[in-house]
Design a binder for this molecule. Structure first.
Ligand SMILES: O=P(O)(O)OC[C@H]1O[C@H](OP(=O)(O)OP(=O)(O)O)[C@H](O)[C@@H]1O
Ligand code: HPA
Length: 175
């Protein structure tokens, strides 16, 4: 059990399970993009650890970049996504793979998919470590999913509760 600010969290997905699953995702992604050079777009802040681990399990050439968006305050979505910040690459005609730590309501993803379509990308796929199928109301189902999880708040491995808990090497669930 860990306490973060005012909430208690219990262990949910171990570091070993995360690592094993990311290795499998790396193989799947490598096979999908074997003859292309996709641009991997990692969505900060939450995805930084997932991105660092996943790209080292990919064995075909890829380019990696980072953007920022934010829609969350404390435990629930604000329903609004702020602008995409920091995309310097020209994405016109490119194969894009969005990297997310979690797809929850789908609000962030829907906004991103729309924005990238408007920029004339050739293809857009999504890889997420965690997916809450019962919570997702917007956007299509991600193409590459690490773990399907119930509709409960999680922290660790990049995911935060009020900015804290990202450094935990396992994923914890709200008690
Ligand atoms: O499907 P949704 O309901 O939109 O939730 C998913 C989004 O929420 C989290 O980001 P957050 O806005 O908390 O920013 P952070 O990555 O900086 O923690 C997560 O990284 C996703 O981007
Ligand atoms: O369950 C969650 N935990 C942390 N951040 C999140 N952003 C969306 N859902 C979550």
């Amino acid at each position: 059990m860990v306490k973060i600010i005012d909430k208690e969290f219990i262990p949910y997905i171990t570091a070993q399970e995360i690592s094993n699953r990311i290795a499998e995702m790396g193989i799947e992604i490598s096979e999908t993009y074997r003859n292309e050079k996709p641009l991997l777009v990692s969505v900060l802040n939450g995805s930084f650890i997932f991105t660092a681990d996943l790209i080292r399990r990919i064995d075909t050439p890829v380019e990696v970049t980072f953007i920022r968006v934010a829609s969350y305050e404390a435990l629930k979505t604000t329903g609004k996504v702020r602008e995409i910040l920091g995309l310097k690459e020209n994405v016109f005609g490119r194969d894009i793979l969005i990297l997310e730590d979690i797809v929850d309501t789908g609000t962030t993803l829907e906004h991103l998919l729309e924005a990238f379509r408007d920029l004339g990308t050739k293809s857009i796929k999504v890889a997420t470590l965690l997916h809450k199928p019962d919570a997702q109301e917007k956007a299509d189902k991600p193409h590459f999913i690490g773990f399907e999880i119930p509709n409960k708040f999680v922290v660790g491995y990049g995911l935060d509760y009020q900015g804290m808990g990202r450094e935990l090497d396992e994923i914890y669930q709200l008690r």
